[in-house]
Design a protein around this ligand. Structure first.
Ligand SMILES: [Zn+2]
Ligand SMILES: [Zn+2]
Length: 274
């Protein structure tokens, strides 16, 4: 029998999608992890992963997971893995990077049975860059971008993390520097490649004042040219946002020339074509 390899032009092509950046009520998400499963399956996602905020070396705030809740969090996700069919569930964390604390962070994370770790920079000094637009008032936007990228480069070079979260979060309120940003993105992409770190297209920027993805789409081609592995994440804080804007994000990546994405298991990366 002759088997035809026929692709229906009217049906969207099924591609392997993952969403590794999600927050449940273990940190600042609105729902328990169980509530994210059905929306993820409905969105055509093959693997989801939770990545609760872990912020060491700062006072506990309401957006962070209390570290004492890490064991029950992991136990909860392992139980969910056992009873869930049709979708894989991965266990991750979104960990704040603090320069100078690399050893302590490594010691803390090494003992945890995680599939991946997202490293993020939220703090510049004592405040987080997403605390509100007032953070930016009266400051040099050029300098803020420089310091933010500096911190992200240190986070990458620490090799503590598998994925770097929203690598230009400093754009969140739409403040635009006058300086040429291309060298900052070029250096960032080269550092990622050198230290074998994946970047995410984080679609949640669309829900913030910026109203666009992270990183800046004008510089996505740089990540492609430098051969940096990519994945697409929603940073959902509620079930309805799992996989949000993913079709647009994958189309954008294809347009730029990306052909594969990073998947993780027990902190080992594999590339899957899309
Ligand atoms: Zn974050
Ligand atoms: Zn997040």
């Amino acid at each position: 029998m002759k088997v035809l390899n026929y692709k229906c032009p009217f049906l969207p092509e099924m591609i392997y999608k993952t969403d590794y950046h999600m927050h449940s009520s273990y940190s600042d998400g609105r729902s328990v992890p169980d509530d994210y499963i059905a929306p993820a399956i409905a969105a055509g996602i093959s693997e989801i992963g939770f990545s609760e905020h872990l912020t060491l070396f700062k006072d506990l705030e309401d957006w962070n997971m209390n570290p004492v809740n890490i064991p029950p969090y992991i136990a909860h996700l392992k139980a969910l893995q056992k009873i869930t069919k049709n979708i894989k569930i991965k266990i991750g964390l979104e960990v704040d990077f603090f320069a100078g604390k690399e050893k302590e962070i490594a010691t803390y994370l090494d003992k945890l049975p995680l599939d991946y770790i997202i490293g993020s920079v939220h703090y510049l000094g004592e405040k987080t860059v997403d605390v509100g637009p007032e953070f930016y008032e009266g400051k040099s936007i050029n300098k803020l971008f420089e310091s933010y990228f500096e911190s992200i480069n240190s986070a990458i070079a620490s090799e503590l993390f598998d994925i770097i979260g929203h690598c230009d979060l400093i754009r969140i309120y739409g403040y635009k520097p006058s300086a040429d940003l291309e060298p900052l993105y070029r250096r960032l992409a080269r550092t990622m490649k050198k230290h074998n770190v994946t970047f995410e297209v984080n679609t949640n920027g669309r829900n913030r004042p910026l109203a666009d993805f992270y990183p800046d789409r004008r510089f996505l081609h740089i990540f492609r040219e430098e051969n940096v592995p990519v994945c697409v994440n929603s940073d959902a804080h509620m079930p309805s946002r799992v996989g949000q804007y993913f079709d647009e994000a994958y189309d954008l990546l294809r347009y730029i020339g990306f052909t594969e994405m990073a998947v993780f298991e027990k902190r080992v990366r594999k590339m899957v074509p899309f």
